[in-house]
Ligand binder design. Sequence first.
Ligand code: CMC
Length: 439
Amino acid sequence: MSGSNGSITITLDGTNRSTTLPLLSGTEGPDVADIRKLYANLGIFTFDPGYGETASCESKITYIDGDAGVLMYRGYPIEQLAEQSDFTEVCYLLMNGDLPNAKEFKEFRNGVTYHTMVHEQIRNFFNGFRRDAHPMAILCGVVGALAAFYHDNLDINDPEQRRIAAFRLIAKVPTIAAMAYKYSLGQPFVYPKNALANGPQGYARNFIHMLKSVPAEEYDVPDVLAKAMDRILILHADHEQNASTSTVRLAGSTGANPFACIAAGIAALWGPAHGGANEAVLKMLAEIGDVKNIPAFIEGVKDKNSNVKLMGFGHRVYKNFDPRAKIMKESCDEVLAALGVEHEPLLEIARELERIALSDDYFISRKLYPNVDFYSGIILKAMDIPTSMFTVIFAVARTVGWVSQWKELVEDPAQRIGRPRQIYTGASKRDYKPLSERG
Ligand code: CMC
């Protein structure tokens, strides 16, 4: 922590019992009350479902100011990184804390590039999946299976082994993601290509190559698509203690194998309230079907009993705008113009939906704005990537965030096994009755 900054006193009303706890300060953001002695001093816990007000760890990786719409990786504003950096450099930054010099960058990029292939036996896993299996299910299963390849000899307390595990994950997840896609198409798997990976936006270019090439014909990745994919990857690379990252940390706090921890993160990301939202946005647009159906759909969203949400809108932390969405919207316009997509019906629905939602009091009063997933889905659709792959691409990007957070956790001497408390509201103690005595 940067330091202690005053204290907070909690008094139990109606008693003379109170405790004074330290307030801790970070380099940015609000102070946090250190409640680690609360139970010992007062015999009470705190209650915070969804952890909206609870700092679960100390981290130096990503900072978000949800009110001001600020997102920084290692202190660098996301806008500057999206404009000037590339995903591989952002991976270095997230993992190591600083931007690399030319030599460090080259070594790091080689480290990633030369780990992109997967063991040939990994191919066998795919045959066990139905050909229509969701690629997130495949990704989760196969990334978890990497633990079987790198377990017995992996010592997470050795920094060099942590470093290699990190390279393996960042490098192999796109290869596995592309294999999941190829499997669903019934096409042969396409191997990574180092010559592509070593050029500008190389990580994104190599990934698109593995998605779109076939042995008979190599896909010549257009610059505009490589740049758009690179930007999607940068914008999704980390987002501090979100649900999937917290899942990775919780699993990691037990000392679990890092490949298994990342598989747990992939599972948490899949939900429609989190990374699954980009796929859900496109499904929603398809269900609306026509601009004329939007008013009825919006009424359904506002109806508390309908359980319908406007997917791609709202965020737990951003309450004015999502800075990633702003950049993604620009990217979306660029890609659509470059690809000549003008009158795509789903896009017209998206634009009209956005216009109506941004002027409707329901959304304004609840501070609900388009989030990153509202636009990323539209870009990916324009790139002719099937909706079932959208969350997979999010997972490819977020792997570096998960790995960096996992590394930070393992290297933090203050970390303990994650173990939240609860408020128990079930039955009080009662005695067991044999079946014959129950009414
Ligand atoms: N559509 C309609 N109403 C909404 C929406 C939405 N998308 N999001 C929140 N609300 C309402 C919610 O019903 C509640 O209304 P009321 O005060 O009348 O009860 C109010 O806004 C506050 O919402 P909340 O549920 O307390 O917000 P939360 O912080 O728990 O949830 C969220 C955040 C992202 C899960 C939620 O906004 C949501 O489900 N959005 C749609 C899914 C989505 O786009 N997720 C992607 C998030 S960004 C990518 C990522 O980081 O994973």
